[in-house]
Design a protein around this ligand. Structure first.
Ligand code: FAD
Ligand code: PYC
Length: 405
């Protein structure tokens, strides 16, 4: 209605599907839309459809708390998250769309000697690899976030913090919309309200296309980027992936004047917080432990999180919460993503980003496009293969995931 009133143009078209495409991507989250954009822009492959069962950006892309950082432990992770962070820095210009990337700093609170040793190990690994990360004393942490309670008698007292200054936040919807518009401008079809219900395979086992709620659509290459439903979609091609789907919850407060300058996370007490440009406190919890596809989550998880937030930041005790929601995160045993070829010819997978894939959106999308175009992974993503669960070459990022699992 607003569009009709103002005469605004739609940002992307909503075409009827063709009978076939060169590439089909399942899932119009930031990762899928971004991959379509880079396929068109960097590889000249424009006969592409992104097929989405709901509305674009309505999955975890539009449900996450937008924390961006690259302070992971292992080279395989630092490679892709830092590639992504560098792309964030120029993304608004790249897409001509303000994604509101704000490098305001991500601080991780240390509550005990174990946290301290673990954070210092990450800091050393990051700095040796050329990634910024630094250790702060409690006083330095408070200087950065004045409302932080650092008293020794606090219920969740801190003994220091790790700070990645280049980390920060971005506007999640804008990322989906920016990639969608830029991909559609280059000829990509974005097909919303169209559920993929099957993957058709030929005599040699190769993919031939997808069955959908709008009928069969052919393609010799299919990229699955379906986040919480990745294992469901991969099962359609007979591929089992090592994933558990769990709800992860977040909530926002009533809007406040600017008071919170950066992002603060505490894995140990299952809480993290930042302030959006609208003024709302954006607060998130640890994962709900049970497997589920319901985008809600248990009340006891977020009440525990709010208890922790009130202990760390007593100033927020009387703030009202406005909205709460959940998203379904696809978690691997080593808490690292899977991006690579599969045993099925023509089928590529990008999944397992779990609780931490928003920050990876530009980097993952960029490297997924390379994988689909070339048929083999880019060197920055080669360690993230599915095969590692057979060979045992795991990438254990449980600590760097920074969200309690
Ligand atoms: P999505 O945006 O979920 O896209 C996948 C799409 O696939 C969905 O739109 C879905 O509808 C579609 N789909 C599924 N099945 C089918 C089908 N059969 N047919 C067609 N389409 C299908 N990460 C961070 O880095 N920082 C954070 O601060 C952060 N906070 C989070 C907070 C919460 C509460 C949650 C839930 C997640 C958080 N994450 C965070 C994780 C992050 O949101 C995800 O890893 C990331 O957004 C995944 O992006 P995506 O594009 O792969 O997935
Ligand atoms: O991966 O940084 C992260 C994150 C923060 C909140 C949820 N995920």
């Amino acid at each position: 209605a607003m569009r009709a009133h103002k005469g605004w143009e739609a940002q992307w078209t909503s075409p009827e599907p063709r009978s076939s495409y060169d590439v089909i991507i399942v899932g119009a989250g930031g990762h899928g839309l971004g991959a379509a954009y880079y396929l068109a822009k960097e590889h000249g492959i424009t006969n592409v459809a992104v097929i989405e069962k709901g509305w674009l950006g309505g999955g975890n892309t539009g449900r996450n708390t937008t924390i961006i950082r690259s302070n992971y432990l292992y080279e395989e992770s630092m490679d892709i998250y830092e590639h992504s962070l560098k792309l964030w820095e120029g993304l608004s210009q790249e897409l001509n769309y303000n994604v509101m990337y704000s490098p305001r700093g991500v601080m991780m609170l240390s509550h005990n000697i174990h946290d301290q040793q673990s954070f210092k190990r990450h800091i050393n690994a990051n700095r040796l690899y050329g990634i910024d990360n630094e250790w702060l004393t409690p006083e330095q942490a408070k200087a950065f976030v004045p409302v932080l309670d650092i008293s020794k008698t606090a219920r969740y007292a801190i003994n220091g913090a790790a700070l990645q200054r280049r980390g920060g936040t971005a506007r999640h919807d804008a990322v989906a919309w920016g990639y969608a518009r830029a991909a559609a401008d280059r000829g990509v079809h974005i097909i919303q309200n169209c559920e993929v219900t099957g993957i058709r395979r030929g005599p040699g086992g190769e993919v031939q296309g997808v069955e959908t709620s709008k009928g069969f659509i052919g393609a010799n290459k299919i990229g699955v980027s379906a986040a919480g439903h990745s294992s469901v979609v991969m099962e359609m091609a007979g591929v089992r992936v090592p994933l558990h789907s769990n709800p992860l919850q977040a909530l926002v407060s009533e809007p406040l004047k600017p008071i919170f300058p950066c992002v603060v996370m505490s894995n140990t007490v299952h809480a993290y917080i930042s302030q959006s440009d609208k003024g709302e406190l954006v607060i998130g919890a640890g994962t709900d432990q049970y497997n589920s596809y319901s985008q809600t989550g248990g009340l006891q998880i977020i009440t525990h999180t709010l208890d922790a937030i009130c202990e760390l930041f007593p100033i927020f005790r009387r703030v009202k919460m406005m909205r709460q929601w959940g998203g379904i995160t696809d978690n691997t045993p080593d808490r690292s993503p899977i991006q690579g070829v599969t045993p099925v010819p023509g089928l590529f997978v990008n999944c397992g980003w779990g609780t931490g894939g928003f920050k990876a959106t530009p980097g993952s999308a960029n490297l997924f496009a390379h994988l689909i175009a070339k048929g083999e992974p880019h060197k920055l993503a080669s360690g993230l293969n599915l095969d590692r669960f057979r060979t045992g070459r795991l990438i254990d990022e449980a600590a760097a995931a920074a969200v309690a699992h």
